[in-house]
Ligand binder design. Structure first.
Ligand SMILES: O=C(O)CCC(=O)C(=O)O
Ligand SMILES: [Fe+2]
Length: 341
């Protein structure tokens, strides 16, 4: 059987209330819709989640307060000060393949694993800014979103016809990062995208954007709009879920177009625990040759990817302070920055 062509023209909406049900049939009914969306599009909106709006409102207030601070003050929390990839990411810090720089600034929040003995370049405590209420409100959202992510992992397991608890012991302390992103309004910025075309590295992303601008690429090379739907989240499949699902669920390229208004967005990149081996859990999807997806270490993959794009990490490598993880393949085999037509 050949690989299906994904010609979607909209992003499906899935009401996930059934995932909270005690009845397996209710959970399976949602899982079936997740499977369809993940197979045919790689993106879906979810409604019926139980994250209170008050947590989202507080997250947005704190984020706006932070980014409104002068550059010098924000740089006190520069990500390059941290030993575990947490803190402020100024515009230009991240450089993607082809040398592109996005028109955005960000703040990277870690799963605050300071209490664990395992620490490393992607794992450990968050570098918190010294701002009243920031840590409390951002952590409260982080925890609620992470819990929703755990529920979705169970949904994805069912969607793959696997036991529902397949991922439970693989997502105990994942190095899942929450990004607070600010795309400033700049009428002169004619030459850059808000964020260039890419796939996400992790299993899936739970994304909360404040305004339109997100676009998703179908197999005809058309950019399909993913406008904001109130009270929903966007969920998109990342590279690792594509591997786990042996090509059944697709990590779809997406981008954010130049914004006419100020835009904020909050992706939580849902990963497995650092040492998890990411490898196919099911038979190859139609059109996928056996052996297409090779096993890799989850945390090392994230680290290697990040080392290729962040300026401060490249400097550490150049100075001999940091080495690429042994198990990581070379950069070009990572991600699937599909050519944009
Ligand atoms: O801002 C958005 O809507 C998407 C952000 C995104 O794709 C990413 O950070 O990986
Ligand atoms: Fe993304």
């Amino acid at each position: 059987m050949s690989k299906p062509t994904r010609t979607f023209d909209h992003i499906p909406v899935v009401d996930i209330s059934g995932l909270y049900s005690d009845k397996l049939a209710d959970r399976q009914q949602v899982a079936k819709q997740i499977a369809d969306a993940a197979t045919n599009v790689g993106f879906l909106y979810i409604t019926g989640h139980r994250i209170p709006q008050s947590l989202i409102d507080a997250l947005l207030v704190r984020t706006k307060e932070f980014f409104a601070r002068p550059h010098r003050e924000k740089m006190r929390y520069y990500i390059g000060n941290s030993s575990n990839h947490s803190g402020y990411v100024p515009e230009g810090e991240e450089q993607f393949y082809g040398g592109k720089i996005d028109h955005k600034e960000a703040y990277d929040i870690n799963n605050d694993l300071g209490h664990l003995s395992q620490q490393g370049p992607m794992i450990g405590p968050t570098q918190w800014p010294d701002m009243a209420g920031f840590k409390e409100d951002v952590s409260a959202y982080y925890q609620a979103a992470l819990n929703l992510g755990q529920l979705l992992f169970r949904g994805f397991a069912l969607a793959l016809d696997l036991p529902e608890d397949t991922f439970d012991d693989k997502v105990k302390n994942p190095p899942s990062q929450l990004r607070l992103i600010h795309y400033p309004y700049n009428p002169d910025a004619q030459d850059r995208e808000g964020i260039g075309a890419h796939t996400d590295y992790e299993c899936f992303t739970l994304l909360l954007p404040t305004t339109d601008g997100l676009e998703v690429l179908n197999d005809n090379g058309e950019w399909i709009d993913a406008p904001v739907i109130p009270e929903s989240f966007v969920v998109n499949i990342g590279d690792m879920m594509e591997i786990l699902s042996n090509g059944r669920f697709i990590a779809t390229s997406h981008r954010v177009r130049k914004v006419k208004e100020e835009r904020y967005s909050f992706p939580l990149f849902c990963s497995c625990d650092y040492d998890t081996i990411i490898e196919p859990l099911v038979d190859p999807a139609p059109g996928i040759k056996p052996g297409t997806y090779q096993p890799m270490c989850c945390g090392d993959h994230l680290l290697a990817q990040t080392m290729h794009t962040f300026h401060y990490l490249k400097e550490r490598v150049a100075k001999g302070e940091l080495q690429f993880p042994d198990s990581s393949a070379d950069a070009s085999s990572f991600g699937k920055l599909r050519e944009v037509l």
